[in-house]
Design a protein around this ligand. Structure first.
Ligand SMILES: *[C@@H]1O[C@H](CO)[C@@H](O)[C@H](O)[C@H]1NC(C)=O
Ligand SMILES: *[C@@H]1O[C@H](CO)[C@@H](O)[C@H](O)[C@H]1NC(C)=O
Length: 226
């Protein structure tokens, strides 16, 4: 039985991966049915090199995979993706209903340019996600769909209250899965530990991990099941 499960798993997920739970084994990327907010630091802390790494990661997670971006499919299922950037303030680059394909998503993230702000205010980004989750129209998260927030951060700094951790706890208490990807190449290595604590259990990664796009995909699958 173990052996059968393991081979089934290899068939369904990227070949490097071995799944730990039956739910992970069941994860089929083109069946992912999620509302995803990509929260991307575009301050000078991330910089243009960091943003390029983020875009490459988004491209491998969504572009080179079976994930269906948008909800414009015969079965109405798919993964809707919103893009939010933050520096001193946060801005909506794309609402949940904007993208109809992975190509539209990846060309947007590859065209991102860093702002000239030195402030990497993750709190402003998390607050904007909260606001967007209270929309009542086609850009609202769907009732019967899990919500995932993927944070790409070049820094971790609390400017005021509620803190990043408190804002994260509120989202997690509302059933949101938080995945974090730290880009610490230009910053203090200790901060990655804080960012990991913001993530849902085990969903805190670094952009320099060997298999970071597969890690993010597996974490989205866990978000899909949870
Ligand atoms: C995002 O959607 C909300 C709710 O529909 C709308 O008020 C807002 O103007 C949209 N923002 C952008 C940048 O599209
Ligand atoms: C989602 O649930 C809320 C609260 O139960 C309800 O008011 C709203 O109409 C629902 N939206 C959809 C699209 O079903």
């Amino acid at each position: 039985m173990r052996f059968i499960l393991f081979t089934t798993c290899l068939f369904l997920v990227p070949s490097w991966a071995s799944c730990q739970t039956e739910n992970e084994c069941k994860c089929i990327l083109n069946n992912l049915w999620l509302d995803v907010y990509l929260l991307i630091d575009d301050s000078t802390k991330m910089g243009s090199a960091g943003l390029f790494e983020v875009a490459a990661n988004v491209n491998s997670v969504f572009g080179y995979s079976q994930i269906r971006v948008g909800s414009n499919y015969p079965d109405k299922k798919g993964t809707r993706v919103s893009v939010i950037t933050y520096n001193k303030i946060a801005a909506i680059r794309a609402n949940l209903s904007d993208f109809n394909s992975a190509d539209q998503l990846t060309s947007m993230v590859y065209s991102m340019k860093p702002s000239d702000s030195d402030d990497s205010n993750l709190q402003s980004g998390l607050k904007l996600v909260e606001t967007m989750m209270s929309y009542k129209d086609q850009n609202a998260p769907k009732n019967n769909t899990k919500t995932v927030v993927v944070v790409y951060a070049g820094d971790y700094y609390d400017y005021d209250k509620p803190t990043i951790a408190q804002l994260g706890d509120q989202l997690k208490a509302n059933g949101v899965t938080i995945i974090t990807v730290a880009d610490i190449s230009r910053n203090d290595r200790l901060q990655i530990e804080n960012l990991k604590a913001l993530a849902s259990n085990g969903d805190g990664f670094s952009i320099n991990d060997d298999y970071v796009s597969e890690e993010v995909q597996q974490a989205m699958c866990r978000g899909n099941e949870h």
